[in-house]
Design a protein around this ligand. Structure first.
Ligand SMILES: Cc1cc2nc3c(=O)[nH]c(=O)nc-3n(C[C@H](O)[C@H](O)[C@H](O)COP(=O)(O)OP(=O)(O)OC[C@H]3O[C@@H](n4cnc5c(N)ncnc54)[C@H](O)[C@@H]3O)c2cc1C
Length: 396
């Protein structure tokens, strides 16, 4: 067995593990937790901080994704709704239900009857005891909706979903992974991996400190950096052709409402959420193709104006200036379709003893981790001796 041996003053060899996971966002954390809970030895490497990238730049919703019903992604919506129920159970103090108000105007993309049908389907896919109820707000109560613009308003629906603190959720999953024995390396940057007879030899650095670690299986959960990490592996594993799509949120220090609003932007008919956030208001998001280094993603002035306009079109009295804005990157399959219409299903890039996670949702991290684990156990030929641990009972 290899032990923690110093090769020279700056290079150390770490104890070998079954699984090495690169990326400490929600997916890397979820895989590390599931693998450690399943009895495997695990190393989790993060170059910056837990959840510091996409997993702290999301809309912070734990949701089924009502709008994915339009593209008939029923399996994805059902799985996400099931995950919503689990997260409400295991992380009740940071995953909280809320009502989402959805106004329908003359000229809205969907007529009220279609929205009603969508909400019935959403309730059916959620199953019992899973925030399924929805209601139509009577016209006499529209005046109580925080000054919502009622010009050409045809109907307002309200349904339930959940909000969370995405970064804190990620940190809790990392902590749980460590409690199950995963070894954490942060901040350490994955720099290279080379194939060995047993798996991979991975190198990571922190300033001038270099660590190498042998693993039997390598999981690439580097989010927007997924193909940059894959590019550093010898021989190169199979890679999926992706687009990075920037999504910006703005924040107001004033609170518009304690409830959530699901609005349709007049400019392009896209869905935009207006959400309560720590005593203020968060609004998002946008979709803009991005082709630079993920490190440099930042909100543009156009995106900030677009989101501010959506708020002012719907709440004309709320004429504050945003005090903060941030951007994150979605990993979507490269196609000709507009980003809004592309599938949100997770894709997997696989080679021998290696798997990369492309895309996915915060909400579905546990389901994704379970699918990854099933593949890892097959890769390690441990699928007959080990079962993937069900993490739905592990409180976070
Ligand atoms: C604008 C926006 C809104 C969203 N809203 C929602 C929502 O409301 N609900 C929902 O369910 N989902 C939402 N999502 C999706 C969700 O946020 C992402 O699917 C999820 O956070 C991706 O997590 P990840 O772990 O794959 O990536 P990341 O969180 O980006 O983690 C990857 C990590 O890898 C690390 N890394 C990269 N390279 C290296 C290296 N060389 N060495 C070591 N570490 C490395 C990075 O530092 C990073 O921390 C949204 C996404 C976006 C962009």
């Amino acid at each position: 067995m290899i032990t923690d041996t110093t090769i020279n003053s700056r290079t150390t060899i770490e104890p070998a593990v079954d699984v090495c996971v690169v990326g400490g966002g929600i997916h890397g954390a979820g895989v590390a937790q599931a693998a450690a809970a399943s009895g495997l030895s695990v190393a989790l490497i993060e170059k910056s901080d837990w959840g510091a990238s996409t997993s702290s730049k999301s809309s912070k919703l734990i949701h089924g994704g009502l709008r994915y019903l339009q593209s008939a992604d029923f399996a994805l919506v059902r799985e996400s709704l099931r995950e919503r129920r689990t997260l409400l159970n295991i992380a009740a103090d940071i995953v909280k239900p809320n009502w989402f108000y959805l106004p329908v105007y003359e000229g809205s993309a969907h007529a009220p009857w279609k929205i009603r049908l969508g909400l019935i389907l959403y309730r059916l896919l959620a199953g019992r005891n899973n925030l399924g109820s929805f209601k139509q707000i009577p016209k006499s109560d529209w005046g109580k909706l925080e000054g919502l613009n009622t010009f050409e308003l045809r109907a307002v629906f309200a349904y339930q979903d959940a909000q969370t603190d995405d970064r804190q959720l990620t940190q809790r999953v990392v902590k749980s992974a460590a409690e199950h024995g995963a070894k954490l390396y942060c901040p350490f940057k994955f720099t290279t991996a080379e194939k060995t007879t047993l798996g991979y030899r991975v190198t990571m650095t922190q300033n001038d400190l270099i660590k190498t670690i042998n693993c039997r299986y390598l999981v690439n959960a580097a989010g927007p950096w997924v193909n940059r990490v894959a590019d550093k592996i010898d021989p190169k594993p199979s890679m999926i052709n992706i687009d990075l799509v920037q999504g910006t949120h703005i924040e107001f220090s004033q609170q518009l409402s304690e409830r959530c609003f699901y609005l349709e932007a007049q400019q392009d008919r896209r869905a935009v959420f207006v959400l309560p956030l720590k005593g203020g208001t968060m609004v998002g998001t946008t979709e803009k193709l991005f082709d630079a280094n993920p490190e440099s993603v930042s909100p543009s002035a156009d995106e900030v104006s677009y989101l501010t306009e959506v708020v002012q079109d719907h709440f004309p009295h709320f004429n504050h200036r945003p005090n903060n804005a941030w951007a994150g990157l979605r990993v979507l399959p490269a196609t000709e379709q507009s980003p809004f219409k592309r599938s949100r299903e997770v894709l997997y890039g696989e080679s021998e003893s290696y798997l990369a996670i492309y895309g996915g949702k915060l909400t579905g991290y546990r389901a994704t981790a379970a699918k990854v684990m099933a593949k890892v156990l097959v890769g390690l030929q441990m699928n007959t001796t080990h079962a993937v641990k069900d993490t739905s009972k592990i409180k976070l």
